[in-house]
Design a protein around this ligand. Structure first.
Ligand code: ZN
Length: 134
């Protein structure tokens, strides 16, 4: 969980909020939550998919950046492109371009995102390795 500062929706005071990224039912999710110490208003909100970029940057700054490598020399590209397209909501061209990086790391992202992608690839029988950038 990552802490950051934002403004309370109700009283507009600056407060601490928590940001969390998870995987639930094989979908990537992210959520923010807070209890305002000034007016006691509570927010618990979550959404499916990748978080907005500012929230993603917070998570990356806090937890570090991770990379995904595909290990197989003879890769099933059709399957891999499909997994990347579905997971990242990108076009076939973009997914193919990502795979052209092989055997370099194919994607960078947050810990949760990269482990999520690894799991999706694994379901299609594609072996991938997660690597921390520290
Ligand atoms: Zn408040």
């Amino acid at each position: 969980m990552v802490k950051t500062e934002d403004y309370c929706d109700e009283c507009k005071k600056k407060i601490n909020i928590s940001v969390q990224q998870t995987v639930m039912n094989q979908r990537l999710r992210w959520s923010i939550s807070y209890i305002c110490p000034f007016c006691s208003s509570m927010i618990e909100s979550d959404d499916i998919g990748f978080p907005p970029d500012d929230i993603r940057q917070l998570i990356l700054a806090e937890e570090g950046e991770y990379q995904l490598f595909i290990k197989q020399p003879e890769l099933n590209k059709v399957k891999a492109v499909k997994v990347l397209r579905d997971a990242l909501e990108i076009s076939i061209t973009e997914a193919s371009n990502i795979l052209k990086l092989f055997p370099k790391p194919i994607v960078n992202g947050t810990k949760i995102e990269i482990f999520y992608l690894q799991k999706l690839l694994e379901c299609e029988g594609i072996e991938a390795e997660v690597c921390s950038l520290g």
